[in-house]
Design a protein around this ligand. Structure first.
Ligand SMILES: [Fe+2]
Length: 350
């Protein structure tokens, strides 16, 4: 067993780019936990690659399965020591869980939003849904507020599984909050909450983001917020709509991007796409978004890859929260995206 063999074997089995650092990160995570879902979280490596590496390690005698736990063999341990790969460690701030914001600005909105979130509809696999905890949604609002992207601003939310539009509107600080959502259950739910809390600045539009952005919404907003589906084409569809909605220089966008379904190569492609469109990445907070287990784990395509078929006990799916700002606005095409925009080779949760 050597690192290069592990790397090449995982690459050839998945057809994906696998780096030496990916292998090192998985080995570091395995020294810390035997929970396969935690290995995915700690390693910050696409789930497809993690699972392929676990298979190869098992075949090489570096890893065994005991019950629902992954256990490093003496050989596996010795290999890490010999390669100088240390166990994964954390130094995350326990107060903000690494997000860098506290929720004091939000006052009693916090409690009201928690009550709203308890009544929300359950996620649908059909739309690749999976939502963040209410604390994360509130942290996003606090973060926008801190960055000057909330008070007196016109904000568009593209897809709102996370109920960001409601949390934003509850602050009563934005001038306008428009939410585009495909799922009619969510549309109805947000409408009901708008009425119940008299959120006059909030507008809800049922819309499929594969379709061009309605002309009336183009160039009318200071800020967009979205949590795109993770395929590159899906990411493009969501963010291009977000950019089309913006006024221009000085406007800002927020979105999530995970490691679970996106290699660092995809991250680089996405960052290049953003830079090419004249944006600068002002903030990148990895691990900011934590997702509630959505309940359809055993139906995900990644279930078949798992070396131990055990449902996740704790939250495991995280994503980075990005803020971008438009420095040199470029022309954005308002084109339709057809077909399945949710899947690519790295997709795991569809
Ligand atoms: Fe902190």
């Amino acid at each position: 067993m050597d690192l290069q063999t592990l790397q090449h074997e995982a690459a050839s089995r998945t057809g994906l780019t696998v780096t030496r650092r990916d292998v090192e990160r998985v080995l570091a995570a395995l020294q810390r936990t035997g929970d396969v879902w935690k290995v995915v979280e700690y390693s910050r490596t696409p789930m497809r690659v993690v699972c392929a590496l676990l298979d190869v390690l098992q075949e090489n005698g570096g890893l065994t399965v005991q019950g629902d736990q992954l256990v490093f063999t003496a050989e596996g341990q010795a290999f890490c020591e010999q390669q100088g790969i240390a166990p994964f460690t954390t130094a995350t701030c326990p107060t903000c869980e690494g997000r860098g914001v506290v929720l004091d600005l939000l006052g009693d909105i916090r409690e009201r939003f928690h009550t709203i979130a308890q009544q929300r509809p359950t996620p649908l696999r059909q739309f690749d849904q999976g939502y963040v905890t209410p604390e994360v949604t509130l942290a996003r609002v606090a973060f926008l507020w801190e960055r000057g992207d909330l008070v007196h601003k016109d904000i568009i939310v593209l897809g709102d599984d996370d109920l960001v539009s409601l949390a934003l509107a509850l602050t009563r600080r934005p001038r306008r909050v428009v939410v585009l959502e495909i799922d009619e259950r969510l549309v109805r739910f947000i409408e009901e909450q708008k009425a119940a809390h008299q959120l006059t600045a909030l507008e809800i539009v049922q819309h499929d983001l594969r379709e061009p952005l309605p002309e009336a919404l183009c160039g009318r907003f200071d800020v967009f917020v979205t949590d795109p589906t993770e395929s590159f084409v899906g990411f493009r569809a969501f963010t291009e709509r977000g950019l089309l909605a913006l006024r221009g220089a000085g406007s800002a966008g927020y979105f999530g991007l995970t490691h679970v379904e996106s290699s660092l190569k995809k991250w680089r492609d996405i960052q290049r796409f953003l830079l090419d469109y004249g944006l600068v990445i002002t903030d990148l907070r990895d691990g900011f978004n934590r997702y509630v287990n959505w309940g359809y784990e055993a139906d995900m395509r990644s279930w078949a890859w798992l070396p131990v078929k055990v449902p996740p006990r704790d939250m495991w799916y995280t994503s980075a929260f990005y803020r971008v700002e438009w420095v040199e606005p470029q022309e954005i095409p308002n084109r339709p995206f057809s077909g399945n925009i949710f899947e690519d080779a790295e997709a795991a949760t569809t």
